[in-house]
Write a protein that binds this ligand. Structure first.
Ligand code: GAR
Length: 221
């Protein structure tokens, strides 16, 4: 079966891009990164694309509609079937989002719909939640909204700072993004209105708590 061809949009570091490239290196992985676009000149992720021999372009200093027009052309020319936003920190024009509807996904460092927007990890710490994590979802015109494909959970540790929590969430992102892409490539993700269902997958049976049950038990009795 032909591999799904990914177009990855980045603005910075590119560690999620690197995770997708690493997954693609696996012979049985059903997707490959075909093209990378950055809206920022000098984004470190561009070097990752270059070193992996992946075609890439910088579309900086443009307004939203020029960016959309040129990105659309480049992605189509490169034969991209699925656009992956990976730390892409710019709002996309509504027409572009519509043109790639159900063929564009994003990763966000929180359990959406909680903590949308910038600094999601800081928002989680300030809110005092016991769990945070990351979400992969289809992109809709409203930022950080759209049918959820997969989520990963990270317990928040006491006295953890933003950097430490972000690093633990990022590690999970690097596993979750390739997983979500694989599910789509295998044709297992069905969108039904505001939700998705995943063929052949189910939620874990048991809940877990933070603090852990063991500590709870000793503290309570
Ligand atoms: C990641 O944590 C990603 O979830 C986040 O930016 C970081 C990019 O890192 N994205 C957002 O906050 C989007 N709303 P990376 O460039 O190393 O992949």
């Amino acid at each position: 079966m032909a591999r799904l061809r990914l177009g990855v949009l980045i603005s910075g570091r590119g560690s999620n891009l690197a995770a997708l490239i690493a997954a693609s290196a696996h012979p049985h992985y059903p997707a490959e990164v075909g093209f990378v676009i950055s809206n920022r000149e000098g984004a470190p992720g561009l070097r990752i694309a270059g070193e992996a021999g992946i075609a890439h372009a910088v579309l900086g200093g443009r307004d939203a509609s020029a960016f959309a027009r040129e990105a659309d052309l480049l992605l189509r020319r490169a034969g991209v079937n699925l656009v992956c936003l990976a730390g892409f920190m710019r709002i996309l024009e509504a027409g572009f989002v519509e043109a790639w509807r159900d063929r564009m996904i994003n990763i966000h460092p929180s359990l959406l719909p909680a903590f949308q927007g910038l600094n999601a990890q800081r928002q989680a710490l300030e809110a005092g939640v016991r769990f945070s994590g990351c979400t992969v979802h289809f992109v809709r015109a409203e930022v950080d909204k759209g049918p959820i494909i997969a989520q990963g959970v990270v317990p928040v540790r006491e006295e953890e700072d933003e950097e430490a929590l972000s690093a633990r969430i990022l590690e999970l992102e690097h596993r979750l993004y390739p997983l979500a892409v694989r599910l789509i490539a295998e044709g297992r993700v069905r969108i039904a209105g505001a939700k998705t269902s995943i063929a052949g997958a189910s939620a874990p049976e048991f809940a877990f708590t933070n603090p852990s049950e063991e500590r709870l038990v000793s503290a309570t009795f």
